[in-house]
Design a protein around this ligand. Structure first.
Ligand code: GBH
Length: 456
């Protein structure tokens, strides 16, 4: 009864800068995250990704963990500065060889690789030439996609161009929480445009280099609900959904940028006029290149309250947040995942959807007996898998689920204090300990269904 389709792609996800370490090995160049984390005050615990999980040296052990989990696919990202240390040619073979060995190791373990080309580690040299707000970065990305897919394309079938354009542009260029730490909305919107354009241009390159390629992009999407039925809250919710979700979905699915959000940006002084100077003829067509799947990263919903009118004058809050929050302070709300998937299927009709990330931060470590009883993550995982199955039962073409993350890792501006792993990492010794949630996931994957119990 509570079974997933027989070909459902069970997986786990990671990203290069968050796990690899070895930032100076084999000719790797500097990335904007090396520079940003070395800047005092940017990372909560003052750490960086220079060692992280030392996955660059321990990848064989990590593939063994995946084999134990029984997963069918592993989503990882390629570090652009390992392949092209200064952003553009010549290629650093030693850097690309690391991914070639990893892919061979995965295939030997019966695990299909899914490659993300860009998970935020822009070569610093490209940043110095303007970074994502500069249009030249588009062709640099397409060249990079070409080089990587020429070498890995004989063994890697599934490709994700970018991870979370909203984070790249807004966190990186508008609110400064992520590298490169700028605070300029004009730059952020130009950056978002160039990220989406580079995605569209890379699609055809990937298709020509990879036989039977499955190509897509991953977005971080947040289903939103107004806090009350008041007109002000409903409008705030429209605006949130517009800026967070539709700004990326609409152009990817051929509708161009949403007019209402352009007007919001102008009204808020984030854009000088409704004319988007960074959009050149042909861009909107290129961005809408047909893809094989949409990757969805889901963590929580948004309950949206207007800040235009004082709280006291607003209608009473009618949407109640669940009391449970993760260590990120994000509400645990599994129903949002079903709602989101159903809405994407209905409004945009992607050929297929993959949940490319879903998970929760809880700092739970080993008890005296060595076992990691991460009960809250077990609950999060179970309820979100139920929510995924519910979407399938409502007709959503959901092809797979990738838990975030295989390992505890470098959680960007939060450093190592936030732990998302199914597997605990003792950073002092680099020892890996599968948490209770890993045992649950292993049982689900083995059964391809949810009627599983965990040993007490
Ligand atoms: C992902 O980003 C990243 O791809 C990954 O590298 C990272 O480690 C992981 O998630 C965990 O943070 O409205 O409550 O959902 C996620 C980025 C998640 C951005 C949630 C904005 C809004 C909070 N985001 N978020 S909520």
């Amino acid at each position: 009864m509570r079974q997933f389709p027989h070909d459902f792609l069970w997986g786990v996800a990671t990203s290069a800068y968050q796990i690899e370490g070895a930032t100076e090995a084999d000719g790797r160049g500097e990335s904007i995250w090396d520079r940003f984390s070395a800047t005092p005050g940017k990372i909560a615990d003052g750490t960086d990704g220079s060692v992280a999980c030392d996955h660059y040296h321990r990848w064989r052990e990590d593939v063994e963990q995946m084999r134990w989990l029984g997963i069918k696919s592993y989503r990882f990202s390629v570090a652009w500065p390992r392949v092209l240390p200064t952003g553009r040619g010549p290629v650093n073979r030693a850097g690309l060889d690391f991914y070639s060995r990893l892919v061979d190791g995965l295939l030997a373990a019966g695990i299909e690789p899914m490659v993300t080309l860009y998970h935020w580690d822009l070569p610093q040299a490209l940043h110095d030439k303007g970074g994502w707000p500069a249009r030249d970065t588009v062709s640099a990305f397409v060249e990079y996609a070409d080089e990587v897919s020429q070498v890995l394309g004989d063994r890697v079938k599934r490709w994700i161009t970018h991870n979370e354009p909203w984070c790249i542009s807004v966190l990186g260029y508008a609110n400064g929480e992520h590298a490169p730490g700028h605070k300029n909305w004009g730059e952020a919107l130009a950056a978002a445009h160039h990220v989406l354009l580079s995605h569209g241009q890379a699609v055809s390159v990937l298709r020509s280099n990879v036989k039977n390629a499955e190509v897509g992009i991953t977005l971080n999407l947040v289903p939103a609900q107004p806090a009350s039925p008041s007109a002000a809250d409903q409008d705030a919710c429209r605006a949130f959904d517009g800026g967070f979700n539709r700004w990326y979905l609409d152009p990817l699915y051929g509708r161009g940028y949403p007019r209402d959000v352009i007007a919001d940006h102008v009204a808020a002084g984030r854009l000088p006029s409704e004319k988007l100077d960074f959009v050149k003829p042909g861009d909107l067509e290129a961005m809408a290149a047909p893809t094989d799947f949409l990757g969805v990263n889901y963590y929580s919903r948004g309950i949206i309250r207007s800040d235009r009118i004082p709280e006291s004058q607003n209608a009473p809050r009618t949407v109640h947040a669940e009391p449970e929050k993760t260590d990120m302070d994000w509400e645990v709300y599994a129903g949002g995942l079903t709602d989101l998937l159903v809405r994407l299927h209905k409004d945009y009709k992607p050929r297929r959807l993959y949940i490319t990330e879903n998970g929760a931060a809880y700092a739970t470590g080993p008890d005296a007996d060595g076992r990691v009883r991460d009960t809250k993550r077990v609950h999060y995982l179970r309820t979100h898998l139920e929510a995924s199955l519910a979407a399938i039962q409502q007709g959503v073409p959901l092809g797979g689920y990738f838990a975030w993350s295989l390992l505890d890792n470098f959680e960007w501006a939060y450093g190592y204090q936030k732990r998302f792993g199914l597997i605990f990492v003792d950073y002092a010794t680099q020892k890996r300990i599968p948490k209770d949630s890993a045992h649950l996931y292993r049982a689900v994957v083995a059964q391809n269904g949810l009627d599983v119990e965990l040993a007490a």
